[in-house]
Design a binder for this molecule. Structure first.
Ligand code: CAA
Length: 259
């Protein structure tokens, strides 16, 4: 039981994690992130789950890190306590695919959390932004890096240096969002539908696919392609590769081992 999260499994193999701190527009206080860390680690270890959707409310995915918690923080407390480091651990270490379904405000740390997922879906009316500059600071949970990779340097600079928001529609046009939906309900349903498709596939192949795509963010092309090939070779040792290709040859549907 969580104070700031709601957990459900609306479709087979799919976990839905809903951020639930309505009075503060899902501002990401440390206790919320601790719960998210615990919840995601247990879903990652749960063999019945193949994909995870993270969403918020219609009004706010998350309005950022908790400003009231941060306002009196000192450098030494932030540095020695590794403030925000847990955020990356909570989401980036999850091996199963995460789809973030963004409605309402996704500002500052909320935008950063949305970008930590593997696939980002949003509704056209969602509001993204990195307004930290207006608070006398800068993004601190990967925003300057992930946004720049997603939408390019010039646009990211404009967003981060002005602190001005952009819409879900714009997020789709810029390639930050993989899909843009008309309504918040459609956005969450769309994310659950994609998660269900992924959860039905070979778990070992999905895990490997996520790993190799993520490597493209860290490695040069040659090392990335080599890494991909090693993992590809490795999958010839999996049962699911034999099941998948064997079924194709026999014109049957594969029954994945889920190993
Ligand atoms: N931290 C703490 N509380 C927050 C919050 C935040 N990031 N965002 C909203 N809230 C609280 C408000 O203080 C308010 O609480 P009270 O009712 O107790 O006053 C409640 O949520 C509702 O908010 P508003 O009354 O402000 O609602 P609104 O509809 O008028 O405005 C908003 C909505 C435009 C999102 C506005 O709340 C806002 O600007 N929020 C802050 C956005 C922001 O600057 N985020 C970046 C944070 S810094 C960061 O994230 C650093 C990082 O990179 C890790």
């Amino acid at each position: 039981s969580y104070e700031f999260l709601k957990l459900s499994t609306p479709k087979e193999g799919v976990a839905l994690v809903t951020l639930h701190r309505p009075k503060a527009l899902n501002a990401l206080c440390t206790p919320l992130f601790k719960e998210l860390h615990t919840a995601l680690a247990s879903l990652d270890a749960d063999r019945s789950i193949g994909a995870i959707v993270i969403t918020g409310s219609e009004r706010a995915f998350a309005a950022g890190a908790d400003i009231k918690e941060m306002k009196d923080l000192t450098f030494s407390a932030a540095y020695s306590g590794d403030f925000i480091e847990l955020w990356s651990a909570a989401v980036a270490q999850v091996k199963k695919p995460i789809i973030t379904a963004v409605n309402g405000y996704a500002l500052g740390g909320g935008c950063e959390l949305a970008m930590m997922g593997d696939i980002l879906y949003c509704s056209a009316g969602a509001t993204f932004g990195q307004p930290e500059i207006k608070l006398g600071t800068i993004p601190g949970a990967g925003g300057s890096q992930r946004l720049t990779r997603a939408i390019g340097k010039s646009r990211a600079m404009e967003v981060i240096l002005t602190g001005e928001n952009f819409s879900g529609k714009q997020a789709g046009e810029w390639g930050l969002a993989a899909k843009v939906f008309e309504t918040p309900e459609e956005c969450v349903e769309g994310a659950l539908g994609t998660a269900e498709k992924i959860a039905r596939l070979s778990r070992v192949a999905v895990k490997a696919a996520k790993e190799v795509v993520n490597k493209s963010q860290d490695l040069g092309l040659r090392e990335g392609v080599e890494f991909e090939r090693r993992v590809f070779h490795g999958l010839f040792g999996s049962r699911d590769q034999k099941i998948g290709m064997g079924a194709f040859a026999k014109k049957e549907k594969p029954e994945w081992s889920h190993e």
